[in-house]
Design a protein around this ligand. Structure first.
Ligand code: COA
Length: 197
């Protein structure tokens, strides 16, 4: 009898919660200098990275992580661009930012995070999703363009804008189930990282 193999995804994307704080810090500290510079659009010291990581899960917006064998290897952030954001609604404009650890690139993680962030944004009232990066950042520009973002160059920076469809009752229901599942996963199977010194 033929043996059937189940296709197992190499990475799993889920929302990040306060329980993931250590994993988030370790992830940011592992990013090499060039990746950090691309992610933050400029040089950021280790102290700056620590400070950023420490507040990231408490700041307005939501974060999603891509886990490979239980370790956080890619991270996408969705932040409101105006006032009035709450736990459920971010307002009409929001900004997304991404980074994937260098050795885990070109495996679809960036694309999976982008799609998940766009879906989360759509279900939090976002109409225009923006992504900013350095103008020479070919991978990010291609990733944004691939997802339908309109790119506008302004000197050393480029901004991509993606117009999102309004949610439907079914998509809202689907998103709420996905969030509940994510939360259960985060609590039941906490990420493996240990606290960094
Ligand atoms: C941009 C980034 C997140 C992409 O992550 P990734 O996991 O490698 O992306 P994927 O494997 O999902 O690729 C998705 C698409 O992105 C584009 N892309 C990614 N890497 C690319 C590269 N080196 N060259 C050209 N296109 C690239 C392609 O369009 C690709 O689709 P394809 O595989 O069908 O060609 C990653 O390069 C990264 O972390 N860069 C540093 C941080 C950064 O620049 N952030 C942007 C500021 S917010």
């Amino acid at each position: 009898m033929a043996v059937r193999h189940l296709a197992v995804s190499a990475h799993a994307v889920r929302r990040l919660w306060p329980a993931d704080r250590t994993a988030v810090l370790d992830y940011f500290l592992r990013l090499d200098p060039e990746t950090r510079a691309n992610r933050f659009m400029g040089h950021v010291s280790e102290a700056g990275v620590r400070a950023y990581a420490a507040q990231a899960l408490n700041a307005e917006g939501v974060m999603y992580g891509a886990f490979v064998a239980g370790t956080l290897r890619g991270l996408g952030e969705l932040r409101p661009m105006g006032p009035g954001a709450s736990s459920y609604v971010l307002g009409p404009r929001a900004e997304a930012a991404f980074a994937v650890e260098r050795t885990f690139r070109r495996q679809g993680i960036g694309a999976a995070l982008f799609a998940r962030i766009a879906r989360a944004a759509r279900h939090r009232g976002v109409v225009d999703l923006h992504v900013r990066c350095l103008s020479g950042n070919g991978p990010m520009l291609r990733l944004a363009a691939k997802h339908g973002a309109e790119l506008q160059h302004a000197g050393s920076e480029t901004e991509g804008a993606l117009h999102l469809d309004r949610p439907t009752p079914f998509s809202l229901w689907h998103e709420s189930i996905a969030e509940a599942f994510d939360f259960t996963l985060a609590v039941s199977f906490p990420s493996r990282e240990r606290a960094s010194a």
